[in-house]
Design a protein around this ligand. Structure first.
Ligand SMILES: NC(=O)C1=CN([C@@H]2O[C@H](COP(=O)(O)OP(=O)(O)OC[C@H]3O[C@@H](n4cnc5c(N)ncnc54)[C@H](OP(=O)(O)O)[C@@H]3O)[C@@H](O)[C@H]2O)[C@@H](O)CC1
Ligand SMILES: Nc1ncnc2c1ncn2[C@@H]1O[C@H](COP(=O)(O)OP(=O)(O)O)[C@@H](O)[C@H]1O
Ligand SMILES: [K+]
Length: 551
C-alpha cells in the first residue's frame, strides 16, 4: 500500500518537516531538483555521457524553483541549458527566487513563449517545471501550446525529444487527474479532450505519489512515474495500511508494495489466509449468488465460479425454478437451489450463508428489488459473529434507479455496491457527468459511500473504493499494468464474485480489504492470461496466480 497525498496534505508534510527543523525549504527544493536529475539519468543512461542540450520551462511558483535547480545541476555536468520563465522573477516565492538568482549568476532566462522557445536549436531534453501541485486554474493557451509535443513542428522528430515533468505534466490537476480547461477555448471541437495535451515520458514526483497520477488522464499524461524521497519521513504511517481498514483522512493505492518492498504474499495472506487448523468447508464461508431467468444465468455463474476459486468453502447459485435445468447443465462444484416466487429465502439459504452476491444477470425488475431488500434485511444469526456480506452489482443497482433512497435506507456496513460509471450515474446522478469536472473520482465515491451508508467500488482502469467514513483506495491498472483486454463482457461479474468469495470467510480481513484485493487480483489475472482473455478465463487463472504470488 502506498499513500496518495493531496496537494494540501503534501504542503502539510513539507511545513511539518521545516517546522521540525529536519530541512529548510531550500534544502527540499535542492533535493527535489537533484532527484529529478538522477531520475533522468537513470531513465536514459545514454544521457550520462557527453554534453546534451536541455530546455527548462519554469513557472511562477516552487515548481519553477525546482526547474532552476535542475537547470543549474545539468549545466554543472556540461549540458547546454536554455531556461524559459513564465513570470516576473521579482514575484517568485523566496526559495524559487534564490534558485533563480543562483542560475542567473552564469545564465540567462528567456520568456516562455513559442517565438523564443522554437527559435532555438532542437533540444535532447525538455524539462516541464511550469506548474505542480499549485495549479489553480486552466493553463493559459499560449503556454499549453508550447508544452504540447504535437505543436513542436519546428524541430525534427519532436516525439523523440525526451520530456520530463517535474511533479506532473503542467496542467494536470494532481488531486483529480483532470485537466481543468477553459471551456470556451480549451476543448477540441465536439470532444471531451483538451485542445492541447501535455504528455511526458517521465514524471518525477516527491515523497509520495498524488491521486492525480493514478486517476483519469493522469497515467496517460505522465508516461512513467518515479517517486523521489526528499527526506520528509512517513514510512511508518504507510505500514499501518496493510491489512487495516482505511483511515478516513487518507487515500491509498492498492498495490503490494510497502516502502519499496514487495509484500504480495503477506498482503494476500492477511485477507485470504486459511488457518492451518482442523476445519471444514463451512469455516471458510458460504457464498450465495442469485441468478436471473432462463438464458440469463451466465453472469451469475461467472460470479459464482470466481467466488469458489477465491477460496470460499461453498458456493450456491440460487435461481428461479424455470432456470434450474439450464444451470444444472453448467454447474458441478457449485451447488444449485431453485427459489420459488413466494418461497421464504431461508428455505434455500440458511444462516450459514456468509456472503451474498446479487445483480449479475438478474434483470431489472421488482423481483430483483424484493430479493435485494430481503437479503439486506438479514442480520447475524445466533451463531454468527457478523451480518452477512452483501455485494450488489449490475441489475441489483439499476433496479433502484427510480428510487435510490429506498436502497440506501437498507444498505449497511457489510454491503458493497460495485457499479460501473453508467450504474453509478443511475444511483448518484449529481456525482456524475459534469459534476466530475469539479469533483475527483475519489471524492465522488466518498460522497456516494456516505450517502449509501456502505462501501462503494466504482470500476474502471482507475477503480476507486470508499467507505462511509471517507477512507478511500485507488486501484489503478496503469504504469505497466494496463489491461485494456479486461474491458470484456462479464469481467465485472467476476469481480463481484471475487469480492463475495474473499469476504465470505469468517477468518478473513475486512470487506474493504477484500474489495481492494479483488480489484488487484482480477487485473493480475488479466495480465497473467494476456490478450484474448474472456471473462471465463479470469477465475481459471486464479490458482496459477495464487501460486506465483506466494499464497
Ligand atoms: N511541497 C513540497 O514539499 C515541495 C514542493 N516542491 C515543488 O513545489 C511545487 C509546488 O509549488 P507551489 O505551491 O509554489 O505551486 P506551483 O505548482 O509552482 O504553482 C503555483 C504558482 O502558479 C500560479 N498558477 C497556478 N495555476 C496557474 C495557471 N493556470 N496559470 C498561471 N499561473 C498559475 C500560481 O498563481 P496563483 O494561483 O497564486 O495566482 C502560483 O504563482 C511542487 O509541485 C514541487 O514541484 C519541491 O520543491 C519539493 C518540496
Ligand atoms: N481499460 C481497462 N483497464 C483495466 N480494467 C478495466 C478496463 N476496462 C474495464 N475494466 C474492468 O473490467 C471490469 C468491467 O466490469 P463491467 O463494466 O461491470 O462489465 P460487465 O458488466 O460486462 O461485467 C471492471 O472490473 C473494470 O474495472
Ligand atoms: K510540472
Amino acid at each position: 500500500m502506498t499513500e496518495l497525498l493531496t496537494a494540501d496534505q503534501m504542503r502539510g508534510f513539507e511545513k511539518a518537516a521545516i517546522a521540525r527543523g529536519d530541512a529548510s525549504g531550500l534544502d527540499l527544493m535542492e533535493r527535489a531538483g537533484q532527484g529529478v536529475v538522477e531520475a533522468i539519468l537513470a531513465q536514459w543512461p545514454e544521457l550520462t555521457k557527453g554534453g546534451h542540450r536541455a530546455l527548462v520551462f519554469c513557472g511562477p511558483g516552487n515548481n519553477g524553483g525546482d526547474g532552476f535547480v535542475i537547470a543549474r545541476l545539468l549545466r554543472d555536468v556540461g549540458w547546454t541549458v536554455q531556461v524559459h520563465l513564465h513570470s516576473d522573477p521579482a514575484a517568485l516565492p523566496a526559495d524559487a527566487k534564490e534558485n533563480y538568482d543562483r542560475w542567473m549568476q552564469a545564465g540567462e532566462v528567456l520568456p516562455l513563449v513559442a517565438e523564443t522557445v522554437f527559435a532555438g536549436a532542437r533540444p535532447d531534453l525538455i524539462v516541464d517545471a511550469v506548474f505542480g501541485i499549485g495549479l489553480s486554474r486552466p493553463v493559459p493557451v499560449e503556454i499549453a501550446q508550447v508544452l504540447d509535443v504535437a505543436g513542436m513542428k519546428q524541430w525534427k522528430s519532436p516525439y523523440k525529444i525526451k520530456r520530463v515533468a517535474v511533479d506532473c505534466p503542467s496542467g494536470l490537476d494532481l488531486d483529480t487527474g483532470i485537466i481543468p480547461t477553459d471551456r470556451a477555448a480549451g476543448r477540441k471541437a465536439g470532444s471531451a479532450w483538451p485542445a492541447t495535451l501535455n504528455t511526458a515520458n517521465l514524471t518525477v514526483t516527491f515523497h509520495a505519489p498524488k491521486p492525480g497520477h493514478y486517476l483519469a488522464l493522469g497515467p496517460t499524461l505522465c508516461g512513467s512515474l518515479k517517486v523521489v524521497d526528499i527526506g520528509l519521513g512517513g514510512a511508518a504511517r504507510e505500514s499501518q495500511m496493510i491489512g487495516q481498514s482505511p483511515d478516513p483522512q487518507r487515500i491509498r493505492l492498492a498495490e503490494p508494495f510497502f516502502a519499496g518492498r514487495n509484500v504480495t504474499g503477506s498482503w494476500l495472506r492477511s485477507v485470504m489466509g486459511k488457518p492451518n487448523l482442523p476445519g471444514h468447508k463451512f469455516n471458510f464461508g458460504h457464498v450465495a449468488v442469485f441468478a436471473g431467468g432462463v438464458g440469463r444465468g451466465g453472469a451469475a455463474r461467472l460470479a459464482a465460479r470466481a467466488a469458489l476459486r477465491s477460496g470460499a468453502g461453498l458456493v450456491t447459485v440460487i435461481c428461479p425454478p424455470s432456470a434450474l435445468i439450464e444451470n444444472a447443465c453448467q454447474l458441478n462444484a457449485i451447488m444449485l437451489r431453485a427459489l420459488k416466487k413466494d418461497q421464504p429465502l431461508a428455505e434455500v439459504a440458511d444462516h450459514r450463508v456468509t456472503s451474498f452476491c446479487l445483480g449479475p444477470g438478474m434483470g431489472v425488475s421488482q423481483r430483483t428489488r424484493d430479493l435485494v431488500q430481503e437479503v439486506l434485511a438479514r442480520r447475524a444469526g445466533e451463531y454468527d459473529l457478523e451480518d452477512p456480506v452483501v455485494v450488489l452489482d449490475a441489475d441489483a443497482l439499476s433496479s433502484f434507479a427510480q428510487d435510490p433512497q429506498s436502497l440506501f435506507a437498507q444498505t449497511h456496513a457489510r454491503t458493497i455496491l460495485t457499479p460501473h460509471e453508467g450504474e453509478f450515474e443511475r444511483l448518484f446522478p449529481d456525482l456524475s457527468g459534469p459534476a466530475r469536472s469539479r469533483l475527483s473520482k475519489v471524492d465522488a465515491v466518498r460522497q456516494a459511500a456516505k450517502r449509501a451508508g456502505c462501501l462503494v467500488l466504482l470500476k474502471g482502469a482507475d477503480t476507486v473504493i470508499a467507505d462511509p467514513q471517507g477512507g478511500a483506495t485507488v486501484h489503478a491498472a496503469s504504469y505497466g499494468r494496463e489491461v485494456p483486454w479486461l474491458a470484456t463482457a462479464g469481467a465485472g461479474d467476476v469481480l463481484a464474485g471475487l469480492i463475495a468469495g474473499l469476504a465470505a470467510s469468517f477468518g478473513s480481513g475486512t470487506l474493504f480489504c477484500a474489495a481492494e484485493l479483488a480489484a488487484y487480483l482480477h487485473v493480475e489475472a488479466a495480465r497473467s492470461f494476456g490478450p484474448g482473455l474472456i471473462a471465463e478465463d479470469l477465475p481459471e487463472e486464479l490458482p496459477k496466480l495464487f501460486r506465483e504470488l506466494g499464497l
